[in-house]
Ligand binder design. Structure first.
Ligand SMILES: *[C@@H]1O[C@H](CO)[C@@H](O)[C@H](O)[C@H]1NC(C)=O
Ligand SMILES: *[C@@H]1O[C@H](CO)[C@@H](O)[C@H](O)[C@H]1NC(C)=O
Ligand SMILES: *[C@@H]1O[C@H](CO)[C@@H](O)[C@H](O)[C@H]1NC(C)=O
Ligand SMILES: *[C@@H]1O[C@H](CO)[C@@H](O)[C@H](O)[C@H]1NC(C)=O
Length: 373
């Protein structure tokens, strides 16, 4: 029994948690398998195997953390990776899609537990929020596309009332319209909401009614979320939610406060999901990548959308002990803690910075800087 526990611990700590992520031109990347690759935009994903180009290993984290979470910083055209190196669990690794280079931002944990916190990144302010041991913290990433050489720290924001007394042990967070949506709060089709600009936890819960006649709405359970992006000039207003049983994919619209129920992933073992403007992408616990088209202008079309596997020609990293028939699970308590999201809305105080970097990002998207094939 003891050796089993020890072995389980070794697997948990050696469990690589790869990521999928998009750049500002909606090119797809897979990080954290035997090497990191760029797949380019959706047009190339059905090739077998899919065409890829290999990214640099210089400065790359080992992706061996138990709580790795990846976030796309749209204005910075960068990927921020949390907890990807067990030797520096609170530091954040930054991959600049423009520079195609890694750097490591020193981050002081300051009360958070990097091995279990759940984070989201606000798109416009580029500020992380994290729930750690039922306390809400924030971390300002300024306009970082690479490390600034200093040390940033998490700051205590508040102890949300609904999360106290261990009432919210398995958080699921999503972000749209500058609001953090806390799912899995005990009632289906319901979210607790934190309004970022006013640092205000709404006392009343928000109901998200299904658009389908007689639909049940999204279940109150653990799972994974991803904001559905728009162009650089617009804040995201929708996010996708895939519960751990993969029964369906729910798309939440935070303007109409409704959900649409779409097909659940083919492979139910979700490690994380990510979304562009028109694609929802899933990484499974075995490192496979699937995607489903999403049409933001035509809800009806989305009912017919199917998940497809991307034929990656990559081997999965072997755990430090054991072999491929004993795949590590996705983390300590798995799913809930690995939920991932990105999004945001304009922040008055940082609007000029946002506009400035927005213009830079727009210029970038026009030049269509692709490194692939
Ligand atoms: C949707 O929910 C938000 C947050 O509770 C609320 O501010 C907004 O008024 C709601 N919108 C509609 C159309 O009911
Ligand atoms: C999705 O799959 C179903 C069942 O295989 C098929 O009938 C349908 O045409 C597919 N949808 C699209 C958009 O390909
Ligand atoms: C798949 O990857 C292996 C190892 O990198 C390579 O030798 C092989 O040619 C690739 N297969 C295809 C069909 O590209
Ligand atoms: C992997 O581990 C399983 C269970 O211990 C064992 O039965 C199997 O032979 C191993 N496979 C390899 C390739 O080592």
């Amino acid at each position: 029994m003891l050796s089993l526990l020890v072995l389980a611990g070794v697997f948990a700590s050696a469990a690589a948690k790869p990521c999928v992520g998009f750049d500002a031109n909606w090119g797809l990347y897979v990080f954290g398998r035997d090497h990191d690759v760029s797949l380019g935009p959706v047009g190339g994903w059905s090739a077998n195997p899919v065409g890829t180009s290999t990214l640099t290993r210089t400065g790359r984290p080992p992706f061996d953390g138990p709580n790795t979470q990846c976030f796309f910083s749209q204005y910075q055209n960068s990927l921020y990776v949390l907890n990807a190196d067990t030797t520096q669990p609170s530091n954040i690794h930054i991959f600049s899609f423009d520079a195609q280079a890694w750097s490591t931002q020193k981050v002081s944990a300051d009360g958070t537990d990097p091995n279990s916190l759940l984070a989201i990144l606000d798109r416009n302010t580029n500020v992380f929020f994290a729930l750690s041991n039922s306390q809400l913290y924030s971390l300002d990433m300024a306009s970082l596309t690479q490390s600034d050489g200093g040390t940033r720290g998490w700051q205590f924001v508040q102890a949300p009332a609904f999360a106290q007394n261990n009432a919210y042990p398995k958080p699921v967070m999503a972000l749209a319209e500058n609001h953090i949506h806390f799912l899995n709060v005990g009632k289906p089709a319901t979210a607790d909401i934190f309004v970022i600009h006013f640092s205000y936890m709404q006392p009343e819960q928000q109901v998200f009614a299904p658009i389908e006649d007689g639909g049940a709405g999204a279940p109150s359970t653990t799972g994974h979320t991803a904001s559905i992006f728009k162009g650089v000039d617009a804040v995201q207003t929708k996010f996708a939610f895939v519960p751990d049983d993969g029964a369906a994919t729910w798309v939440f619209d935070v303007i109409s406060n409704t959900t649409q129920t779409l097909k659940g992933p083919t492979d139910k073992s979700t490690l994380m999901i990510a979304a562009s403007q028109r694609e929802i992408v899933q990484m499974t616990t075995s490192g496979d990548v699937y995607w489903m088209p999403y049409n933001p202008e035509d809800a009806q079309a989305n009912y017919g959308a199917n998940w497809s596997r991307i034929a990656l020609n990559l081997t999965t990293p072997t755990p430090a002990t054991g072999n491929s028939s004993s795949q590590p699970s996705s983390g300590p308590t798995s799913s809930g803690a690995a939920t991932t999201t990105t999004t945001g809305a304009p922040s008055g105080s940082r609007l000029s910075a946002v506009l400035h970097s927005g213009v830079a990002a727009l210029g970038l998207s026009l030049t269509g800087l692709w490194i692939l094939f």
